[in-house]
Design a protein around this ligand. Structure first.
Ligand code: SF4
Length: 192
């Protein structure tokens, strides 16, 4: 037990404390200690940084990366935090409307997205190096998954949408360079 707590940078006396006595970051570390206790081959981290401040987020992400290297487990990270995903992942899958719409090595997703939703997500990131008028939002709302639309689920929000997009669902297929996308017009995404 103490060895596990040390691995996640917690003092041994944390083992005798109640959860309400711990900070959010400490609780997250304790949860990670429990997760690695059974020496998993795969660790699933579902929103590992939610509700943590920026500094603690960075500490938790660095710790997960270190533990993965030390203990040699695979890791599946589910997050809305793009910065966290970029930092932790070798490969990224982007979901929209309950479906994977793009998968690729993380640097490809960042440098050359091939789905309009991914491109718009990246353009909506606040980056102090980018002028404020270059930060864009995605108009509209996600589809109702109880009654999903025919064709591409992103069509109502996509500036590249055509009649084909509204009539047929684009399959997830190779766009070269170990990159897959579900978009009929992925060659045009770089112009967005
Ligand atoms: S298939 Fe059409 S609507 Fe869907 S993302 Fe691609 S261009 Fe946009």
């Amino acid at each position: 037990m103490h060895e596990l707590l040390e691995k996640v940078n917690l003092q041994p006396d944390v083992a005798t404390q109640y959860p309400h006595e711990l900070s959010g970051g400490m609780k997250q570390r304790a949860a990670i200690a429990m997760a690695i206790a059974c020496e998993p081959d795969l660790l699933i981290a579902d929103e590992p940084t939610t509700a943590l401040d920026v500094i603690v987020q960075a500490e938790v992400l660095n710790m997960l990366k270190r533990l993965q290297e030390e203990l040699n487990f695979g890791m599946l990270v589910i997050s809305h935090n793009l910065a966290a995903i970029m930092k932790l992942s070798d490969r990224i899958g982007v979901m929209y409307g309950g479906q994977i719409v793009e998968t690729a090595p993380s640097e490809n997703i960042y440098d050359t997205p091939k789905h309009p939703y991914t491109a718009r997500l990246l353009q909506s990131l606040i980056d102090p190096r980018r002028p404020p008028d270059k930060v864009k939002t995605i108009e509209g709302t996600p589809p109702n998954l109880r009654n999903p639309p025919t064709g591409c689920r992103f069509a109502e929000r996509c500036t590249l949408a055509t009649e084909e997009c509204r009539a047929e669902e684009p399959p997830l297929e190779s766009a070269g360079d170990n990159h897959e996308t579900a978009c009929f017009h992925h060659e045009e995404v770089s112009q967005l």
